[in-house]
Ligand binder design. Sequence first.
Ligand SMILES: Nc1ncnc2c1ncn2[C@@H]1O[C@H](COP(=O)(O)OP(=O)(O)OP(=O)(O)O)[C@@H](O)[C@H]1O
Ligand SMILES: [Mg+2]
Length: 232
Amino acid sequence: MLALDDVRVAYGNVEVLRGVSLRVSAGELVCLLGANGAGKSTTAKTISGLLRPRGGRITFLDARIDGLPAHAILRAGIAHCPEGRRIFPEMTVRENLEMGAYIQGRGGATSLESVLERFPILRQRARQLAGTLSSGEQLMLAIARALMSNPKLLLLDEPSLGLSPTMVETTFRLIAEIRQQGVTVLMVEQNAALALRMADRGYVMETGRTVLEGPARELLANEHVRRAYLGG
Ligand SMILES: Nc1ncnc2c1ncn2[C@@H]1O[C@H](COP(=O)(O)OP(=O)(O)OP(=O)(O)O)[C@@H](O)[C@H]1O
Ligand SMILES: [Mg+2]
């Protein structure tokens, strides 16, 4: 479904992605692991068109998407739930969701109803200002907003960041559900143990490169992964 081949991205003259290659098949949940600054968020932003690669290629459903503007990539079926949620704090929950449909220019009422069905908490809080939601609720909103575009592929950047252990569990259950409903997921996670337990496959990034890949089970048992990301 999605393929990155030797993707290179620079901020100014500093090359931060120096050869990222990965594949995500339809229906898979793939996680992208790596230390702080490895380039995980940059990879997600490049896939969703917020950054433009200086080299390599990205294809989605057999069409080349690198170089397309972000709205065209969204319309093609890739939604990005960014690091730190990025909800609109001064808008209500409902308005935030409507922005998710508006930006990609279709969906509308049907999506809103089906999304509210999946997130009863958001229905209860539809008129509340998004900035006053708890961090767990803000995450729900960010995921729900991304789903408003009815994506085929959902990019999740650090969904568990800043959540309590119970909320982390709820979040991961939710991601599993979304995936069961047919949405393919590429997830960036610092919490490698948790991510690998639910993923099909994973990639490890180090200083701007994908250096290791494999089935989640193999990565969990991999000596290097254990030492570097699973605390021994
Ligand atoms: N706008 C920017 N301008 C310049 N350098 C940047 C910019 N954004 C990120 N970088 C640099 O690019 C590198 C990769 O950053 P990125 O955010 O992709 O890492 P990450 O793997 O997501 O890290 P984290 O786990 O901390 O979120 C880092 O060295 C970072 O400082
Ligand atoms: Mg990041």
